[in-house]
Design a protein. Structure first.
Length: 117
């Protein structure tokens, strides 16, 4: 199981940092992705990072979001800067075999991010 934390309410242009911690397994051997789902919209993959290789970002967040991981802490982070209103969503992290894959072995329950003026 994965556990997300760090969500909250901010104004446009502000920053938030999310954390995703593996509670019952080691994330060492998994890629970890951040997804988000806004009300009435499909789930969107925001960022993904394996233990090796470069991170992958959705075009909508490139240059503003940064994904990183600390395997020693069994945690993946998502630093979100210059947040926009459309970033409002529930953010989930998931662990799987490939950033480009559709199957994810582990999911978190999500954390709410609200951007409003």
């Amino acid at each position: 199981q994965l556990v997300e934390s760090g969500g909250g309410a901010v104004q446009p242009g502000e920053s938030l940092s999310l954390s995703c911690t593996g509670s019952s397994f080691s994330i060492d051997y998994y890629v970890i992705s951040w997804f988000r789902q806004a009300p009435g919209k499909e789930r969107e993959r925001v960022a993904c990072l394996g233990s090796v290789g470069r991170p992958d970002y959705a075009d909508s967040v490139k240059g503003r979001f940064t994904i990183s991981r600390d395997n020693a802490k069994n945690t993946v982070y998502l630093q979100m800067n210059s947040l926009k209103l459309e970033a409002t969503a529930v953010y989930y992290c998931a662990g799987g075999a490939s950033c480009g894959g559709d199957e994810w072995n582990y999911w978190g329950r999500g954390t709410q991010v609200t951007v409003s003026s």
